[in-house]
Design a protein around this ligand. Sequence first.
Ligand code: AMP
Ligand code: MG
Length: 489
Amino acid sequence: MTSRTSPTGIGWNFDNTYFDLPEAFYSTMTPNAVPSPEIKLFNANLARELGLNESELQTPEGIDVLAGNRMPEGAAAIAQAYAGHQFGTLNMLGDGRALLVGEQLAPDAKRYDLQLKGSGPTPYSRGGDGRAVLGPMIREYIVSEAMHGLGIPTSRSLAVLSTGESIRRVTSLEGGILARVASSHLRFGTFQYASFGRPKEELEQLVDYAWNRHFQEAEEGEIRSLSMFRELMERHASLVAKWQAVGFIHGVMNTDNMTISGETIDYGPCAFMDSYDPATVFSSIDTQGRYAYGNQPQITGWNLARLIESLLPLLHENQEQALEIAKGEMVRFAPLYEAYWLEEMRKKIGLFNEEESDMELIAELLSGMKAFGADFTNTFRALTLQENTEPWQSSGEFQAWQARWQARLDRQEQTEAQAVELMRQSNPAIIPRNHQVEHALEAAVNDGDYSVVNALNAALADPFAYSEQQLAYVMPDDKEHTYQTLCGT
Ligand code: AMP
Ligand code: MG
C-alpha cells in the first residue's frame, strides 16, 4: 500500500488498496501519452471535495496527470479485470480504455477512485484503440453530474480533456478523456470474473475486499457473501426505482456496468425519456429493446441473479443447496423494487402516508400519460406548480383522476402546502433533455464554444430549484421520437 501527498501541492492523497487483491484482478500500466491535452470542462467543486487544489490541478503538471501522460507519485496506474454479460452473453472484458490513477482519500474521510476513461490501450482492449471521442465524454460529464444533482447515486465527472489526437470511428473525430470519480469501480462483472475458472479463495478475497470498502455499515450475518448480496439488492432496487422516477434510461445495463457500490456508472447511450412510454429505447444498438425504460427493473433483477450465481461457491458447500439459497433471495427482488418505486412515486404526487389504493392511483396517472403521449417530467412539474401546461390535462380522463387525487390528498394529515413542498423536492423542474444535450455538444465539439455546455450544467446542478434560468430547458423537442444515441463512443 502506498499513501503519499505530492510535494507539488495538488493534494494527491492516494492509498491504493486494489493491490491487496490477487494480481489476476488487474494489470499495471505505464502512461500512454497524448500529444496536446487541454482541459475543456472542469469541476472545481468536485476537485475541492476530493481535497485537490483546483488551480494546481489545472497547471501543465495537473493536466498531464488528468490526460494520463504522467502518473503522480503514489499513483496505482492499473487497468482492472472483469467479465460481464453484454446483452445477455458472458464475455471476458476488463478496462479496455480506462486507467485507474489511484484511490484518493478525501477530506470527508471517504475513498474515491480517480479513473481516466479514454486513456489508451490496455491488455484488455481486445483490438479496440483504447481511446474515447470528445463528444461522448462531454456527454457523460453532463449526464452524470445531472444525476448527481437529481440526488441519484452516481459516478462523478472531474474533468474532460481534449487530447489533440484524431480518433478513427466511422469518420475521424477529436479524441477526449474523461477523468471520473467513483466510490469504486468494482462491478457485478468483477465477481463474475472471480467466479468463473478462478480459485474459490480469490472469490472470497474479493468479497472481503468489497465488504471492507462498501459494506462496513451493513448488517453482517453468518455468510458474508450473502450479507453483501442482500445489501446490494437493496441498493440496486432503490437505484433503479430512482431512475424510473426521473425517466432515466441507462441504455446498456450489462453486468459489467452495474456497480458494487450501488452507484450509476458507464454513461454511454443513456438518455432521459420525454413522452411517457415504457417501451422507450434510445440506443441504436439495443434493437430488441432489452434495456427499454419499462424493462430496467426486471433487468436489474436479472443482473442480480447473475451476481448471486457468481457467489454460489461461497453460499454453501453443497451447490444444490447454494442454488436454493440463491433462489430464496431472488424472489424478494420484485416486491422490494415495488416498495422502493412506490416510495418514489408517492412523493411525486405529494403523498406522505400509505394507502392500499395508491398503486392504482399512480398506475391510472401513468396510463393516462401514455395514452396522451404526455411528457413525463413536465406532467409532474405541472402537478407540482398546479399549472395546466400539458394538453391532456384538459381531458375528462385527467380531470377524473385529479378528483381522485385531490380526495386522496385530503385524506392525509399534511396540508396542501406541505404536499406541494414534497413534490417540489421530488419532481425536477428540468432534466438533461436530449436535444439540449445535443445542442451543447455540437457547440462544444464543432465550434469550440463551451458556454452552452457550461450554462446547461449550471442549470442542471440543482434541478429542484425551479428557477427562472431553468425555464429555457423545460420544453421537450418535437423530434424526440427520432432521437437515437450511439454506442460508438
Ligand atoms: P462499455 O460498453 O463502455 O461498457 O464497454 C464494454 C467493454 O469494451 C469494456 O471492456 C471497455 O473497456 C471496452 N471498450 C469500449 N470501447 C473501447 C475502445 N475504444 N478500446 C478498447 N476497449 C474498449
Ligand atoms: Mg462498461
